[in-house]
Design a binder for this molecule. Sequence first.
Ligand SMILES: Nc1nc2c(ncn2[C@@H]2O[C@H](COP(=O)(O)OP(=O)(O)OP(=O)(O)O)[C@@H](O)[C@H]2O)c(=O)[nH]1
Length: 343
Amino acid sequence: MSAPNPSPRLPIPVTVLTGFLGAGKTTLLNRILTTAHGHRIAVIENEFGPVNIDSELLVQQSAEVVEMTNGCLCCTVRGDLAKNLLDLKSRRDAGELAFDRIVIETTGLADPGPVIQTFFAEPELAEAYLLDAVLTVVDAVHAPRQLDEHPVLLKQIGFADRLLVSKSEGIAADALGALLNRLTRINPRAPIRPLVAGELDFGFLLDIRGFNLNESLLADETAATPRFRPAAKPGTIFGGAAHNDEIGSLLLEHLGDVDLERIGTFVQGLLDRHGDDLLRYKGVLAIPDQESRLVFQGVHRLAGFDYGAAWNDDIRRSRIVVIGRRLQEDELRAGFAECVINA
Ligand SMILES: Nc1nc2c(ncn2[C@@H]2O[C@H](COP(=O)(O)OP(=O)(O)OP(=O)(O)O)[C@@H](O)[C@H]2O)c(=O)[nH]1
């Protein structure tokens, strides 16, 4: 029997590890599992086909590994994912397993969207687990071509909370620079780091709380030197004409309040019309007569709203960041403009 779990009632953090075929997901996972960091990690491995090679490649002594084969998590075996997660939780509660976080390694072809949605769509899962972050490994050598040929890689990058570039030692500095620029255009929200030999920075990988509803949602974008690059002019938001990447991002911003009813209608309309194309969106809004920030975020059509920290002496402003496919910039800007309250 394993030692009792320290906090059986707290939600268990989950990290989704994604990246295209051969990007280096298992290599990274092995490094995570073999580093002494004090976390007890259970792993869910998903692979196409009847045999899970990845789980055989894993160093198993330190982790409980659940194998999911014969389909991809994002489509055929999504129900199994929920079942496996609940099963792991019951075994943990019963003292049969001891772990304090889960890493899910998806197949290289998986769209992370449905995997993410699983955690919000099923109340039992939402209570038991806390989706911490999506980590996406990007293969520096192959990504430029893969990005042109495989739209799912755009989604994997678009959904990421952290982008980890593998094999960067294999390419010239200017090619790496071009790739990093391209990644930033697709997803300006996610910090990027190369995966290099040596110690892993667990502060960068774990406990990111990328899906929490709080005012730090846009922390990176609201820093003194904004990491977020707003679209300069119409037509430039899709990662640039050079690559014709369909996934891009857009910042909607107003230095002041927005009308609650109008912004609700605007966001709802957006989800109704374009929900399939909205990968991630986050907003921090100032609402008249409301001392606290209204914070929202979502994935496709699943969105959550809540009031966060008080504005106090901070400048009231309203910002929405959208990462999506084929974003209709003019429509979004016009819709948002109708919601703002001009002092
Ligand atoms: N040179 C170099 N090779 C790497 C690096 N990371 C991973 N590899 C190699 O790339 C190959 C694929 O790595 P994996 O970790 O199996 O990739 P994966 O994303 O798990 O692959 P799939 O599960 O098949 O999608 C292996 O041969 C690794 O040794 C890196 O940073 N540099």
